[in-house]
Write a protein that binds this ligand. Structure first.
Ligand SMILES: C[S@@+](CC[C@H](N)C(=O)[O-])C[C@H]1O[C@@H](n2cnc3c(N)ncnc32)[C@H](O)[C@@H]1O
Length: 273
């Protein structure tokens, strides 16, 4: 069976798999490793005092909720995602956090945004672009709905750099590559982005990279491995026995605090050309 990015095909998953992804999205958003990366670009965005913000592929709304909760944010925001259960969870969480009056969630497809042109000051794709069927089309839609002078944010991992230490080097490389290919439609999109922008009518304002690294103890990459390794065997890239063996070696490394994993993440702030 071919690799099937679970976030791309989220609407084909059963309830248990959806619940696991909801748990992963919410736990990732609370992990210090991840909050630091989001904080870095959110604080830049807030300096421009955006009145209308859109997050495309918002999942459970973890990123956009964190932006709306901030004191400095005085505008309103909309989150769009293709998954009905994710949007349902997003609405419930926004209500619990008493931010639902300034934050709306809707189902929709990132390839065909149901918004008029030039309506938003900021349009964000937070770990969306690696999962979509047609990244160019999604970027064109983001460019269309952002105001002239506004900002498009593309934040995602470069999953060809994803690596877990493993005693057998070849096997470890095979599993790293299988994990990237089973979990992401476009694992290398963040290194391809600079060459795509001009044709889309976007220009680079600024960009930077962060290495996410866990050494000794694991939290971010523990949850990543446990959530996504099962898709490596279900997509036939490696056998269930091989994936189980790899997971047990990672588990032992976590227990003995000899763990190592890393991945590069990139943030692009773009404007309309
Ligand atoms: C890794 S999650 C990120 C969720 C959220 N941005 C966050 O950072 O927590 C990727 C999300 O993209 C959504 N997605 C993938 N393809 C989509 C599409 N074509 N239209 C809308 N949402 C899409 C998935 O449903 C999933 O919620």
């Amino acid at each position: 069976m071919a690799a099937r990015d679970p976030h791309r095909f989220v609407n084909d998953l059963d309830d248990e798999a959806i619940d696991r992804l909801i748990t992963r999205l919410e736990s990732r958003a609370k992990d210090g490793v991840f909050t630091n990366l989001i904080e870095k670009y959110s604080s830049q965005l807030l300096r421009a005092n955006p009145a209308q913000v859109l997050e495309v592929g918002c999942g459970t709304g973890a990123m956009i909720r964190s932006l709306v909760r901030r004191e400095e944010f005085t505008g309103s925001a909309v989150g769009v995602d293709q998954s009905i259960p994710f949007i349902k969870a997003a609405k419930a969480l926004a209500q619990q956090e008493f931010i639902d009056e300034r934050l709306e969630f809707r189902t929709g497809d990132a390839h065909h945004l149901e918004f008029p042109s030039a309506g938003f000051d900021t349009v964000i794709a937070n770990t969306l672009i690696s999962h979509v069927t047609d990244p160019v089309r999604v970027l064109e839609e983001m460019a269309r709905v952002v105001k002239s002078g506004g900002t498009v944010v593309i934040f995602d991992g470069d999953y060809s750099s994803l690596t877990y230490a493993f005693p057998d080097y070849d096997f470890g490389c095979q599993m790293d590559s299988a994990l990237a290919n089973a979990s992401f439609c476009n694992p290398r999109i963040m290194r391809e982005l600079p060459g795509m922008l001009a044709d889309i009518g976007l220009q680079l304002k600024t960009a930077w990279g962060d290495a996410v690294v866990e050494i000794g103890k694991a939290s971010y990459f523990k949850s990543f491995a446990e959530t996504y390794a099962p898709y490596v065997s279900s997509s036939g890239l490696m056998t269930a026995g091989e994936v189980e063996h790899w997971l047990s070696v990672q588990q032992q490394a976590m227990e003995s605090e000899t763990f190592f994993a890393a991945c590069n993440y990139y943030t692009y702030l773009l404007g309309r050309a």
